[in-house]
Design a protein around this ligand. Structure first.
Ligand SMILES: Nc1ncnc2c1ncn2[C@@H]1O[C@H](COP(=O)(O)OP(=O)(O)OP(=O)(O)O)[C@@H](O)[C@H]1O
Length: 342
C-alpha cells in the first residue's frame, strides 16, 4: 500500500452567500504517493490544491471517498486518534507561519512540547535540527531578524522536529527570491534524501517541480487531469493544462502571436523539432542539414534539463535548395518529432 492513498475523494463546500451554488473543490480525486517520493501538485488558483493538502493532514474531511495515510484511514478518525497521524506529518508554508514572539530555538521547541517529547531530549534534538538547516548561529534570533530564506529554514527545522514521515509544503518558495528559492529547494532535497521523508509540495511554479519533484500531478477545477514522472509529463504533456504549465519553461513552438514577426525576420521553411529522448541530440540533427548543404537558423525554443535528462523544442528556419531541404526534413523526421510551423 502506498504511504498516502486518496481514493475517489470529493470535497464540496457550501456556497458563500444566500443563493450561492455549492463549490466542488475536489471532484473524485485519486492519488497515490509512494514512500520516499517527492510529488509536486500544480494548478492555478482555485484548482483545489490546498483543499487536497488539508485532507492529507486531516484538517478537513472529504464529503466522499477515503484518505489513507500510512495505513490509517484519516478521513474516519476522531481528533484523539488523529494526534499520532499528525505527528507523522510536518508542514511548511508560503508565509512561514513562525511564532514571532519566540526565538528560532523556541519555534523549533514548540512541536516538541506539543508532542510531549521529554525535556531531556530537547537540547540535542533542536541543535541537531538547527545544524541541519544551517542556522546553529541564529538560535537566539527572533523571526523578524531573519531573511525570508532563513525563516523558511526555521520552518523546515520545526516541521522535522517530531521525525515525521511526510512533509507537506504549501508554496514553500513563492515568497522567496530566485537564489533563496534554489537554496531552500536544495535543503528540501536533502530532507528527502538523507531522512527518506516523503514530500508533497503544492506550487504554481514549474521550475520548482523541475528542480525538486520526482512525480507531478496537474490539477484543474478540482480534478487531477494528468499525473506521472516529471520527465514524462514535461517532455510529452498530454492535457492542455499540463501543456500550458510546461510552456512556462519551454514552449512547444513559437506561439501564434510571434509568428508574423519571425516571418518578417527570417526566410525559408520553419520547422519545430522536439527532443524527448537523449539518444538523439540537437547536433545529430544539425548534422543532417550540414551534410545536405541546408542552412539552418535557430529562431525559437530551448532545451531544459530534468534531473540530468534533457528535453525541449527548437524551431529552425531552413534555407537552401528546395529538394535538399525536403530531403533533410524527411531524414530528420525519422529521428525526432518534426512539425512544420504554419
Ligand atoms: N472553506 C471553504 N468554503 C467555501 N469554498 C471553499 C473553501 N475552501 C476552498 N473553497 C473553494 O474551493 C476551491 C478550491 O480551493 P483551494 O484553496 O483548494 O484551491 P487552490 O488550488 O489551493 O488555490 P490557491 O492556489 O489560490 O490556494 C475554490 O473555488 C475555493 O474558493
Amino acid at each position: 500500500m502506498a504511504l498516502i492513498e486518496i481514493s475517489a475523494v470529493s470535497r464540496e463546500f457550501p456556497g458563500r452567500g444566500a443563493a450561492a451554488q455549492p463549490v466542488l473543490a475536489l471532484d473524485e480525486v485519486d492519488l497515490r504517493v509512494e514512500e520516499g517520493d517527492i510529488l509536486g501538485i500544480v494548478g492555478y488558483s482555485g484548482a483545489g490544491k490546498s483543499t487536497l493538502l488539508r485532507l492529507i493532514n486531516a484538517l478537513d474531511k472529504p464529503t466522499a471517498g477515503t484518505v489513507t495515510v500510512d495505513g490509517r484511514e484519516v478521513s474516519s478518525l476522531n481528533e484523539r486518534k488523529l494526534l499520532p497521524v499528525r505527528a507523522d506529518i510536518g508542514m511548511i508554508f508560503q508565509q512561514f507561519n513562525l511564532l514571532s514572539n519566540r526565538t528560532v530555538w523556541g519555534n523549533v521547541l514548540y512541536p516538541l512540547q506539543v508532542a510531549k517529547v521529554p525535556k531531556a531530549e530537547h537540547q540535542a534534538r533542536i541543535s541537531e535540527l538547527l545544524h541541519f538547516v544551517g542556522l546553529a548561529d541564529k538560535a537566539h534570533a527572533y523571526p523578524n531578524e531573519l531573511s525570508g530564506g532563513q525563516k523558511q529554514r526555521v520552518g523546515i527545522a520545526r516541521a522535522l522536529a517530531t521525525n515525521p514521515k511526510i512533509l507537506l509544503a504549501d508554496e514553500p518558495t513563492s515568497a522567496l527570491d530566485p537564489q533563496t528559492t534554489d537554496e531552500v529547494l536544495a535543503l528540501l532535497r536533502r530532507v528527502n534524501e538523507e531522512f527518506g521523508i516523503t514530500i508533497v509540495l503544492i506550487t504554481h511554479e514549474m521550475e520548482v517541480v523541475r528542480v525538486l519533484a520526482h512525480n507531478v500531478a496537474v490539477m484543474e477545477k478540482g480534478r487531477i487531469v494528468e499525473q506521472g514522472p516529471v520527465y514524462d509529463l514535461f517532455s510529452n504533456p498530454a492535457h492542455p493544462a499540463t501543456k500550458r504549465f510546461v510552456s512556462t519553461l519551454v514552449e512547444e513552438g513559437p506561439p501564434e502571436r510571434t509568428r508574423a514577426r519571425l516571418r518578417d525576420k527570417h526566410e525559408g521553411r520553419f520547422i519545430t523539432l522536439s527532443f524527448r529522448d537523449e539518444s538523439v541530440t540537437p547536433s545529430d540533427v544539425f548534422a543532417q542539414f550540414i551534410e545536405r548543404g541546408v542552412r539552418f537558423e535557430l529562431i525559437h525554443g530551448g532545451i531544459e534539463d530534468v534531473h540530468g535528462r534533457t528535453f525541449g523544442h527548437l524551431t529552425l528556419a531552413l534555407t537552401g535548395e528546395d529538394a535538399a531541404v525536403a530531403e533533410a526534413v524527411s531524414a530528420v523526421s525519422a529521428m525526432v518529432e518534426t512539425k512544420e510551423v504554419p
